[in-house]
Design a protein around this ligand. Structure first.
Ligand code: RM4
Ligand code: MN
Ligand code: MN
Length: 422
């Protein structure tokens, strides 16, 4: 993605942008502060989201999918060049094993990218593995299976160290499908014991992020099923263990913003896997179903991070975890990043002083007015301005289409390539 193409595009659309920007900017208090925060805010792209996702009913491969880790990195490079908001990549191992870490790091650095959290995978059997995870991994009844899964996590930490990452993200599918199958207490204790051994292998400046999920692939119980169970493990493990919130991992109508607020208060919020959903772990584009919920979450995040004096961009982990069944993954990821930053920008616009006063005096209607005034502001020109100042495109998807990037990828990689992932 040559810079001059982006500049040329921006030049053609600058007047239109300026008009829209001036209109909204006029009413934004602390405009420079908001723009600076937007410029600093990046969201990591998962290496497993650059191919077409499938469901258990099938997978309809899109054209030009990345065949190698290098090609995945170059796709993230394209996204970052266009939006200047996706400067890191999160690897899932063994879907993406960095055979030569130095070369991979150098390749990523060419695009201005670094490596975010590394993700272990003990929810699938790996080829050449001696033992099966059919009945779980870190919680397994058989110590030999647990040991194999522990070793895998330690190996993932080693890959992460080579890449300059500093967090291990653990999601377990461990659970049970039928009542009576499992002793809950023993399963929890085995998980804790296994995590303690992984924790012991963490470098001093590393963190382990413990993700929870209520169901799927197990449909009766999941051993780390909700934030309480994750938090219990994280607090028993110690300071380096935190709870990761994946937006799709809650039962319908859960008040996620309240969970986030309390985890942040307790210094136990690791960060996010962003996606959106209507029913379960749908992994849809962020902001496509319930953008108001996303705004309410960001409102708690901004308030809670400010209360603790945390840097918004680096205080916790920001990552997308979505799957694209029918859209071009690159376009979908650009949409997700945009939706996240829109919610963040809206949260930055909340009149916090007035909100505190309304809360203090129990002025419920006023409190709602304040939140919704921020939510109903069209902040897209602010995002575009932040991108422009960093050399990104005023409209990333429009330029991506205009340049025919996907067609070029199909020509280079073929129409029938299949990326590793789910
Ligand atoms: C899980 C969970 C994990 C992700 C896998 C692919 O549902 O969200 O974070 O690594 O899917
Ligand atoms: Mn996730
Ligand atoms: Mn998920």
């Amino acid at each position: 993605m040559e810079q001059y193409k982006i500049d040329e595009y921006n030049h053609q659309h600058i007047n239109d942008h300026q008009r829209k920007f001036n209109f909204v900017a006029e009413d934004v208090a602390k405009l420079d502060d908001v723009l600076q925060k937007l410029q600093a805010f990046n969201i990591a792209i998962p290496s497993w989201a650059l191919g077409t996702g499938g469901t258990r009913f099938g997978r309809f491969s899109g054209g030009g999918e990345p065949r190698t880790l290098e090609e995945k990195i170059s796709d993230v490079g394209t996204i970052h060049a266009l939006n200047r908001s996706s400067n890191s990549i999160s690897l899932h191992i063994p879907w993406d094993i960095p055979e030569n870490a130095n070369a991979i790091k150098a390749h990523a650095a060419q695009y201005g990218l670094h490596f975010d959290a590394v993700n272990s995978n003990t929810f699938q059997d790996q080829k050449d593995a001696k033992l099966s995870y059919k009945f779980g991994s870190l919680h397994h009844t058989d110590k030999a299976v647990r040991d194999q899964a522990i070793q895998h996590n330690i190996d993932v930490i080693k890959y992460g160290i080579e890449l300059g990452s500093n967090a291990l993200s653990v999601w377990l599918s461990d659970g049970s499908n039928f009542p009576g199958q499992l002793n809950f207490r023993k399963a929890f204790q085995n998980t804790l014991d296994s995590l303690q051994q992984i924790y012991a292998a963490l470098p001093d400046d590393w963190k382990v992020w413990i993700e929870y999920k209520p169901f799927e692939p197990n449909f009766y119980s999941t051993t780390i099923g909700d934030w309480g169970q994750s938090h219990l493990l994280a607090s028993k493990l110690g300071k380096k263990a935190l709870t990761l919130v994946d937006l799709g991992h809650h039962l319908p109508n859960t008040n996620i913003e309240q969970i986030v607020s309390l985890l942040l208060m307790e210094q136990k919020l690791a960060g996010f896997h962003f996606n959106d959903s209507k029913y379960g772990d749908d992994d849809l584009t962020v902001g496509s179903i319930n953008p108001y919920q996303l705004f309410l979450i960001f409102n708690e995040l901004v308030e809670g991070m400010d209360a603790r004096g945390l840097n918004h961009a680096t205080g916790i982990g920001w990552m997308i975890d979505a799957s694209h069944n029918v859209k071009d993954p690159i376009e979908d990821l650009i949409q997700s990043v945009e939706a996240i930053k829109i919610a963040y920008a809206q949260a930055l616009l909340v009149d916090t002083k007035a909100l505190v006063e309304a809360q203090q005096s129990n002025d419920v209607a006023k409190a709602q007015e304040i939140l919704q005034a921020a939510y109903r502001t069209d902040v897209r020109p602010l995002l575009a301005e932040a991108r422009l100042r960093q050399g990104g495109a005023l409209n990333p998807i429009a330029l991506y289409r205009q340049l025919g990037v996907r067609d070029t990828l199909i020509q280079q990689r073929g129409a029938k390539t299949v990326a590793t992932g789910l």
